[in-house]
Design a protein around this ligand. Structure first.
Ligand code: PAF
Length: 296
């Protein structure tokens, strides 16, 4: 496994890799502190592509003032060992000055779908994400890029950017990976105290409850589904709701309050909830006949 820290070196490496035109390149963009969720993306990339590149870069421009950029967990030795164990070919680990040598004056900004859900509580966050992801796409020139559905809004935003700008890369959304007790894997789970972690199980539990109530026909409208999620989450004393939403997916358009779930609807239940200082997100796809996220 090669570890590359400069843009000029990775460009040379990718030119060599792509000189064999049959080689498909897969990129797994990450911010490090890798866990089983990232490993599952690497395994999918290994399955679908010939050259697997993992980028590890804590991207300062996607953090707002007062957010956890400085304290975001980092562990280079652990990350390299995990990537190596997953058979990754190249890890690209640039410094901040390598990615942003001068203050950036250009940004990629997707409108509308970036101002709701996480975009409402984290203004500018998605501009930071789309800007760095498009820089990574320009640097690595992947054929495929792999993203976890825990950040479902991020997947929808990146797919929109790729469509709008005719980027020549296929986005591969991959399922949420959960702990055995249901907690969605996240690098930020490390911030949770044992009690907060226990109470955070209410997120996946409430999504499961809503899914099964819809499948059994007990809940049929958007209002009822939101109410059930709210009620279950607020039963956890430490939970402080940021949002509980039900939207069309991947369009991320709101549902009328009285919308009745019908066959063929593709919906997402999306949650952001704080436990102490830690803001967690989780989601599940919802369809009348078919449940999209079998891991919930
Ligand atoms: O999902 C993440 O870890 C980040 O938002 C990404 C896509 C690596 C961009 O910094």
């Amino acid at each position: 496994m090669k570890v590359i820290r400069t843009i000029s070196e990775i460009r040379t490496e990718m030119r060599n890799a792509q000189s064999n035109h049959n080689n498909k390149v897969g990129l797994v963009p990450t911010m490090g502190y890798l866990h089983e969720g990232h490993a599952s993306l690497m395994r999918e990339a290994r399955k679908q592509t010939d050259v697997v590149v993992v980028s590890i870069f804590v991207n300062p421009i996607q953090f707002g003032p007062g957010e956890d950029y400085e304290t975001y967990p980092r562990n280079e030795a652990h990350d390299l060992a995990l990537a190596e164990a997953e058979g990754v070919d190249i890890v690209f680990m640039p410094s901040v000055s390598e990615m942003y040598p001068t203050p950036t004056k250009t940004k990629i900004s997707v409108s509308d779908i970036t101002t709701l859900l996480c975009g409402a509580s984290r203004p500018g966050h998605f501009d930071g994400v789309t800007t760095v992801v498009s820089k990574l796409f320009h640097i690595v020139k992947p054929d495929y890029a792999f993203f976890g559905m825990k950040d479902a809004q991020q997947v929808a935003v990146i797919e929109q950017m790729v469509r709008d700008l005719n980027m020549d890369v296929k986005i591969v959304p991959c399922p949420i990976i959960r702990e055995a007790d249901g907690l969605a894997l996240s690098s930020r789970n490390v911030y949770l105290s044992p009690e907060e972690r226990q109470q955070a199980l209410v997120l996946s539990a409430s999504l499961r409850a809503a899914q099964s109530a819809v499948l059994q026909g007990q809940l049929t409208t958007a209002t009822e589904i939101r109410a059930l999620l709210q009620e279950q989450i607020t039963s956890s004393p430490l939970a402080e709701i940021d949002y509980v939403e039900l939207l069309h997916f991947p369009e991320l358009t709101p549902l009328e309050a009285a919308h009745r779930i019908v066959e063929g609807d593709s919906l997402i239940m999306a949650l952001a909830v704080k436990f102490g200082r830690t803001r967690l997100i989780d989601n599940a796809l919802l369809q009348l006949q078919k449940v999209g996220d079998s891991h919930v």
